[in-house]
Design a protein around this ligand. Structure first.
Ligand code: GLA
Length: 734
């Protein structure tokens, strides 16, 4: 049993040979955390690692090994996991252990996305009840350990069992204490069009936090936090990854105490949050995912990729090969009609594209981004016969048809807004901030969710629509729930998110055959919460191949390639004006869910031939690109070149890419050492067709220990040199 309880020492040990979490009921009945990280022998006791009792520690030692659920009143002055105001207004808690239940499998979290199991044998869960007898608060801490992943998930359920009202101010999904430093924090930060750039720095005494108060996870910070030992790299060193299965306001924070211990917490952002629990009511936090490894950052990514691809993503499309698509956005923006779209589709069909996606502009009277969001009826000026004939004609050309939609928004210039101005989020009597000339609908109101379900379902049922790009292009600036009482306004952001999840749940359940891709001005809501509904996300509105290197590199720390939409677009690139070779644009976009985003009517015959070859290549290796093991080889940060690779499940196939950002004269000898291959196998190493050059045979051991020759080239290719040039090698065993 991967969770053991020792009666004599009152220890709970979650273990699977990959990691351990040891908790103990202390002498005063509080739940202490003795160890998290390296796997330990489940037969032994670890009581000596923690305090026997906790009270009084604060006067002598400022940062003792902590409690499983630190809260005010425990003599621990560091960042708490839980702050709840009792009926008397006090936040002091005395959380004593009451009971625990160990069970096979993993229960779902009501109303929230979470990881799951397909068979009870895949994971074991313990629910631990703690109670504060004075306030009547019961905390049920839920911990799941997966059978063969170095992963534990954690969430809390709070119940008011007394007869007074409780107000939750802070309820973190996870809080853990690491007794000895130093640690470095790796996070993924950015802005629109440059999401998820990695940032790594040593932790210092005090706090370092990442978070969002935008009503969405946002472009600015990914809801994850890695703690790494100094010197840890892709393959060596100890580290933790904390990742939150949530899409709204979040906080990921680390605090170094006066004596150097570190607390890391992740969960709902406490700022502005206040949730009232009436007697009998329950509140469930989102789920935190905790991964540990001493095999470097790459091993943490392996763990997250596997879990998110296999046991967070769900539904028909989880394991299906994702189609190569052409998206109309950068090709024609709002400027299209039925005839033009058919011309585009015709120019697309013989390239090997499998899915033709009509982006923004097909509804209401939307000729620009100034109107019509909310009016999900076809614009008959552009599409006089509606979507059905268009979809049918696209299908007749051998492609399926997909559509863009942005359900959570409303334009002030729309019928919906004229009819229901109160459905848009804002504080009555105060001005509302517009962003992209649009407002956000209040999804904390059930009638808005009902309306949107019906409106979107009407569209999706009106034609043969096989794919939906669900966009969300602005954040919430004046939070206020129109149907919430003044005392409950602190619940607004989370209630809005629960409404959004409910809408996603209903529509993805009603249309199980549709492939959903989430989007928020690119990667503004690319998070584990969304992945539970949409198995892929539009990674960034920046389609420039060179910018994408850092974006995709950063995103790959948490997210599998099967979740990262990546498209080849026209040059000069629309975001940065850069001109890169078509081959390089494809070489970067191959490492994701591949597609094109350009006007196929404008490309030359030569480019068409090249694109055909690119698509054939991707389709041939799609399974490896979308489901293989991704390994980061050379970081784009501070370098002139980038390399990464993906290895098929049985290590018989691998695809390696090297992208030169700036070419330099008289380059030093350089070899690219590969990883993840079978050292005993001989690989046929073939330069990407079209680059020229003959295949050679090389041992897996040699390719990993000595590497592929970059300078001089070994094997030699006819690949163009120069700025922004790319090389790909296909490795196969016999
Ligand atoms: C957002 C998306 C883009 C595109 C536009 C349409 O910016 O990220 O890909 O769909 O909206 O308005």
């Amino acid at each position: 049993m991967p969770i053991t309880w020792q009666d004599a020492t009152r220890e709970l040990h979650l273990h699977n040979g990959r990691l351990s979490l040891v908790l103990a009921v202390l002498e005063n009945d509080w739940l202490g955390q003795l160890h998290v990280g390296a796997p330990l022998d489940p037969a032994a006791s670890y009581r000596h690692l923690g305090p026997a009792d906790f009270r009084g520690f604060s006067n002598r030692v400022d940062d003792p090994i902590g409690l499983a659920v630190p809260a005010p009143g425990s003599g621990d002055f560091r960042i708490p996991a839980l702050v709840v105001e009792g009926p008397d207004g006090a936040t002091v808690l005395d959380l004593v252990y009451e009971d625990h239940r160990i069970m096979a499998g993993k229960p779902a979290l009501e109303g929230l996305p979470s990881t799951y199991v397909e068979a009870p044998s895949e994971a074991t869960t313990v629910e631990i009840d703690l109670a504060d007898r004075i306030s009547g608060l019961r905390v049920t801490l839920s911990l799941t350990i997966f059978e063969d992943r170095p992963i534990i998930t954690r969430s809390m359920r709070l119940t008011s069992t007394g007869d007074g009202r409780l107000v939750i101010r802070t309820a973190m999904s996870s809080s853990i204490d690491l007794p000895d430093g130093p640690w470095e924090l790796l996070g993924f930060s950015g802005a629109w069009a440059r999401e998820r750039h990695p940032h790594r720095a040593p932790l210092q005494p005090g706090r370092r936090s990442l978070g969002s108060l935008r009503g969405a996870t946002g472009h600015q910070q990914d809801p994850s936090l890695f703690l790494l030992r100094p010197g840890a790299d892709e393959v060596h060193g100890e580290g933790f990854a904390f990742s939150l299965v949530y899409s709204g306001n979040f906080l990921a924070e680390a605090e170094v105490g006066p004596r150097g211990s570190t607390r890391a917490r992740i969960g709902l952002h406490p700022d502005g949050f206040a949730w009232t629990l009436e007697p009998g009511a329950t509140f469930t936090t989102p789920e935190a995912v905790i991964a540990w490894s001493d095999g470097g950052i790459g091993a943490l990514s392996d763990a997250l990729h596997g879990l998110y691809r296999e046991r967070l993503a769900r539904g028909t499309w989880r394991d299906r090969p994702r189609p190569v698509l052409l998206n109309s956005w950068e090709g024609v923006y709002f400027d299209f009609d039925h005839r033009r779209l058919l011309e585009m589709a015709r120019a697309t069909a013989d390239l090997g594209i499998e899915l033709f996606v009509l982006d923004d502009g097909w509804f209401g009277e939307r000729d620009s981004d100034t109107s019509s969001l909310g009016d999900w009826v076809v614009d008959r000026r552009k599409l006089p016969d509606g979507l059905a004939p268009l979809a049918a004609e696209v299908e007749a050309m051998g492609m399926s048809f997909g559509l863009w939609i942005e359900p959570e928004m409303v334009s002030p210039r729309s019928r919906l807004f004229a009819e229901h101005p109160d459905w848009a989020i804002g504080v009555p009597g105060r001005p509302r901030t517009e962003s992209r000339q649009q407002l956000v609908l209040d999804l904390s109101r059930p009638e808005v969710v009902d309306h949107l379900e019906a409106a979107v379902a009407d569209v999706l049922g009106s034609a043969s629509i096989r794919y939906v790009k669900w966009d969300m292009n602005r954040n919430i600036t004046e939070p206020y729930g129109g149907s919430l009482s003044p005392e409950r306004q602190g619940e607004f952001f989370h209630r809005h998110m629960l409404g959004a999840y409910e809408l996603w749940r209903r529509l993805t359940t009603r249309f199980p055959e549709i492939l959903f891709e989430s989007c928020a001005g690119g990667g503004g809501r690319f998070d584990p919460g969304m992945l539970a509904y949409a198995p892929q996300a539009w990674t960034s509105d920046d389609t420039d191949a060179i910018e994408r290197l850092t974006i995709q590199w950063g995103a790959s720390h948490v997210y599998p390639l099967s979740s990262m939409g990546a498209h080849v677009s026209a040059v000069p690139n629309h975001q940065v004006g850069r001109v890169t070779p078509l081959g390089t644009r494809a070489a970067v976009a191959f490492f994701g869910v591949f597609g094109y985003e350009l006007d196929p009517r404008t490309i030359s015959d030569g480019e068409r031939t090249e694109i055909r070859a690119q698509i054939a290549f991707y389709r041939e290796h799609r399974d490896v690109f979308q489901r293989g093991r991704f390994l980061r080889l050379r970081s784009p940060l501070g370098r002139d070149d980038v390399a990464w690779m993906v290895v098929g499940p049985d290590r018989r196939t691998a695809l390696v890419a090297h992208i030169r950002i700036l070419a330099r004269p008289v380059p030093p000898p350089d070899r690219l050492r590969l990883r993840g291959l079978d050292p005993d196998a001989t690989y046929r190493v073939e330069p990407w067709p079209g680059l020229g050059g003959d295949a050679v045979r090389r041992g897996g051991d040699l390719l990993m220990a000595v590497g592929l020759g970059l300078e001089p080239e070994d094997p030699p290719t006819g690949a163009p040199r120069g700025d922004f040039s790319a090389r790909i090698w296909v490795l196969t065993t016999d």
